[in-house]
Design a protein around this ligand. Structure first.
Ligand SMILES: [Zn+2]
Ligand SMILES: [Zn+2]
Length: 91
């Protein structure tokens, strides 16, 4: 299951990964299930609390300890290794 935030009422919605749209059960807004409004998870770098943030965010602030955890780094390093794999498939 994947999650996104409703564009109408900001309720967190669950939907089946791969679906192109999801209708909100609260306000009946049809939300397009594209990456921009998907929700990702990261553990706080300080207290290990599980945090949610909107996909594409560079950092997320912990609501418990106010530590700012950077989330952009891991996404770009994954992308770089993926590119490397395509360029050098025999390594
Ligand atoms: Zn809604
Ligand atoms: Zn924290």
């Amino acid at each position: 299951m994947a999650q996104l935030v409703c564009g109408g009422c900001h309720t967190l919605l669950m939907y089946i990964r791969g679906a192109t749209s999801v209708q909100c059960s609260c306000c009946h807004t049809i939300n397009l299930a594209h990456e921009a409004n998907q929700v990702a998870h990261v553990n706080c770098g300080n207290c290990r609390m599980l945090l949610m943030y909107q996909y594409g965010a560079r950092s997320v602030k912990c609501s418990v300890c106010n530590f700012v955890t950077s989330v952009g780094v891991s996404i770009s390093s994954t992308f770089i290794s993926f590119v490397h794999f395509i360029k050098y498939p025999y390594y």
